[in-house]
Design a binder for this molecule. Structure first.
Ligand code: FES
Ligand code: FES
Length: 164
C-alpha cells in the first residue's frame, strides 16, 4: 500500500491505496465521489473526466498514486459553495445538453477545460475539444449549443448594477 495526500473538491484526504488503484476508483470507492462515472474499460469514453491540477484528464488513465500532492476537481466540486451551478452546468441544463446523463459529468468537465483554454470556440473547435468524450445518446447538437451558451455567459461583462 502507498500513502497519498490529495485535495479533492476543496477537501484534503490522506489515504492508503494500492499502487495499481486507478484515480477513478479511488474517487468513487474510497471517497464516495460517484458523480464521476466509468463508462468503458478502454480509456475511450471520457465519462470519468476530472481536472487534475486544473487540466482535464480521464481519471481511468491515471493511477491514484500519480495524483499524490495534487488538486483534483470532480463534477461534485464544480458548483459554488452556495450551490450556484457553474455556467457550464447551467447551460447543459438550459439547453438540454443531456439525455440519459451518463456522459454528462465528463462532458462538463471537458467543456470547462476547453473554455479555459479557448473562451470563444467556434462550433468545430467545440466538437474538436470534446472529441475525447462519447455520448452514446448522440446528443451532440445540444451539447455543442450548451457549450456555446456557456462561452457567451462566461465572457459577458460583469453587470454590477451601478449607474453612472
Ligand atoms: S471510463 Fe475513463 S475513458 Fe471511459
Ligand atoms: S446523454 Fe446519454 S450518453 Fe450522453
Amino acid at each position: 500500500m502507498s500513502q497519498i495526500t490529495v485535495r479533492v473538491d476543496g477537501v484534503t484526504y490522506t489515504d492508503e491505496v494500492e499502487p495499481r488503484t486507478l484515480l477513478v476508483h479511488y474517487l468513487r470507492e474510497q471517497l464516495g465521489k460517484v458523480g464521476t462515472v466509468v463508462g468503458c474499460d478502454t480509456s475511450n469514453c471520457g465519462a470519468c473526466t476530472v481536472h487534475l491540477d486544473g487540466a482535464a484528464v480521464k481519471s481511468c488513465t491515471v493511477l491514484a498514486v500519480q495524483a499524490d500532492g495534487s488538486e483534483v476537481t470532480t463534477i461534485e466540486g464544480l458548483a459554488a459553495e452556495d450551490g450556484t451551478l457553474h455556467p457550464v452546468q447551467k447551460a447543459f441544463h438550459e439547453m438540454h445538453g443531456l439525455q440519459c446523463g451518463f456522459c454528462t459529468p465528463g462532458m462538463i468537465m471537458a467543456s470547462v477545460d476547453l473554455l479555459k483554454e479557448n473562451p470563444h470556440p467556434s462550433e468545430s473547435e467545440i466538437r474538436e475539444g470534446i472529441e475525447g468524450n462519447l455520448c452514446r445518446c448522440t446528443g451532440y447538437q445540444n451539447i455543442v449549443r450548451a457549450v456555446r451558451q456557456a462561452a457567451g455567459e462566461m465572457s459577458a461583462p460583469e453587470t454590477t448594477g451601478a449607474q453612472a
